[in-house]
Design a protein around this ligand. Structure first.
Ligand code: F0G
Length: 442
């Protein structure tokens, strides 16, 4: 059960079917263009929409809004140092700002950045610096213990071939593009030693570092008796630095962390933080935001919280399996992914079966989710729909409702033959910005 009780509630909107149809048409069938006031259960992302705790809210009242050297920064810095073990700490307003700063500092034309899988903003930030993002995740299925792992042989190969062009190697844990699946400690350790041998900095994208730590505790030999905090500390110890979106595993509504051991790397990042985020002791955040992150970083590693978080996702997964929904199971840490080709098998691949299903689900139920397949990651990616679960927000009753609605929409549309047509196709981040219309009248 949830290791907390409810103190404050937020009403959720209930619309009529007619109003929902109107809302999705106005949003051009792109869930990212919808107004939240038209959404009943919002599973678009797990980012920035966590419920904060009483301790976080009360810490916010202590926010010191001094321009430089605030007491809030000291508390934020000390939490980051304590949890990650890194010496140098730069706040940013969110994860992608860490990417921008780090890549501005390290990436030049033709640089190759290697990662198990780059998240879409990571890849875009590399492209905007004229670099190349190379994904070398292990090719496996989701039934192995750590489907998020990097292919270490491939890493060795790439470093041997292109070492000169590689200013840094990253590992994303959990691996968002790989359906939020975890990366093992052994894999992080192996990547670390290969990078050390080549003298290349190794950076952890730790947006979901706590969830990854929990999987290691559950699944990897030798970690069962360790606390998530000890496991996280060990993960960070193998890398030279990290980027964390505090909007995820810091249970905060905004914030980012860029931390590292190298003074030289820190010095190179500082001008970009100051020029684009703010002074090095606030980085685009108010003092009160820094306070929320400082408290959230500890809360997210709390064992009772992580046990519940895992159980909450597992419950959702089991409900879907019980209803016969074709998902990619076992699921990862923050979301459930469904296989669009199996939900709507008769809709042609070029008519966006995933996004079509997301639109149909919204119209039927008011549930918002997103397509995170070909549209986000290119034509070779599997066509998937993501139902991301915000932290501490929805109860099992909410998730039961979503599972029932998904089953209902799947059944109703199994013979549907037509999907969506893209009417506006911007060059970058299409899944966030493109427009669509139904090929046939609704
Ligand atoms: N890295 C990973 C692995 C992410 O999942 C995200 C964001 C970022 C970096 C960027 O962080 O949003 O704070 O700027 N993922 C969110 C998602 C948006 O919906 O999966 P940010």
């Amino acid at each position: 059960m949830e290791p907390y009780r409810v103190k404050s509630v937020e009403e959720i909107p209930f619309l009529t079917a007619e109003e929902r149809k109107d809302a999705i048409l106005k949003a051009d069938f792109n869930p990212y263009k919808m107004m939240a006031s038209t959404v009943t259960i919002d599973l678009l992302t797990d980012s920035g929409c966590s419920a904060m705790s009483t301790k976080q809210w009360s810490a916010m009242m202590l926010g010191d809004e001094s321009y430089a050297g605030s007491a809030s920064f000291e508390r934020y810095q000390s939490a980051v140092q304590d949890i990650t073990g890194y010496k140098y700490v730069l706040p940013t307003h969110q994860g992608r700002a860490c990417e921008k700063v780090l890549f501005n500092a390290l990436v030049t034309e033709g640089s190759v950045i290697v990662n198990n899988n780059h998240y879409d903003t990571t890849k875009t930030n590399i492209a905007l610096n004229k670099g190349i993002a190379l994904d070398i995740a292990m090719v496996t299925d989701d039934t192995v213990d750590f489907p998020g792992n990097m292919d270490i042989d491939k890493l060795k190969e790439v470093l041997a071939e292109k070492g000169e062009q590689i200013p840094l190697v990253m590992i994303t844990a959990t691996n968002n593009k790989m359906r939020g699946q975890p990366v093992s400690m052994a894999n992080i350790k192996a990547a670390s030693s290969v990078c050390k041998a080549h003298g290349v900095p190794f950076i952890l994208d730790g947006c979901r570092f706590a969830e990854n730590s929990w999987f290691i505790k559950e699944r990897e030999n030798g970690y069962g008796d360790m606390t998530p905090r000890e496991i996280a500390k060990e993960m960070f110890s193998y890398a030279d630095g990290c980027m964390i979106s505090a909007k995820k595993d810091a249970n905060s509504n905004i914030g980012g962390v860029l931390a590292m051991n190298s003074e030289d790397l820190y010095e190179r990042c500082v001008p970009y933080v100051i020029a684009t985020e703010g002074h090095t002791t606030y980085g685009g955040l108010s003092g009160r935001d820094l306070e929320a992150v400082a408290v959230g970083l500890y809360e997210v590693l709390d064992e009772s919280y992580l046990r519940y978080r895992r159980a909450n996702l597992k419950f959702f997964e089991e409900e879907l399996i019980r209803q016969g929904v074709p998902g990619v199971f076992p699921a990862g840490g923050h979301a459930i992914f469904l296989n669009a080709n199996k939900l709507c098998p008769k809709i042609p691949a070029d008519e966006f079966p995933g996004l079509t299903f997301a639109g149909l689900l919204y119209m039927e139920s008011g549930v918002r989710c997103c397509d995170l397949g070909r549209l986000a990651f290119g034509p070779d990616a599997p066509d998937l729909i993501r139902l991301a679960v915000p932290r501490r927000v929805y109860t099992t009753e909410h998730l039961k409702y979503v599972a029932r609605m998904i089953a209902q929409v799947t059944e109703k549309n199994k013979d549907r033959k037509s999907g969506l047509i893209m009417t506006k196709s911007p060059p970058h981040l299409k899944h966030l910005t493109a427009s669509f219309k139904m090929k046939e009248e609704l």
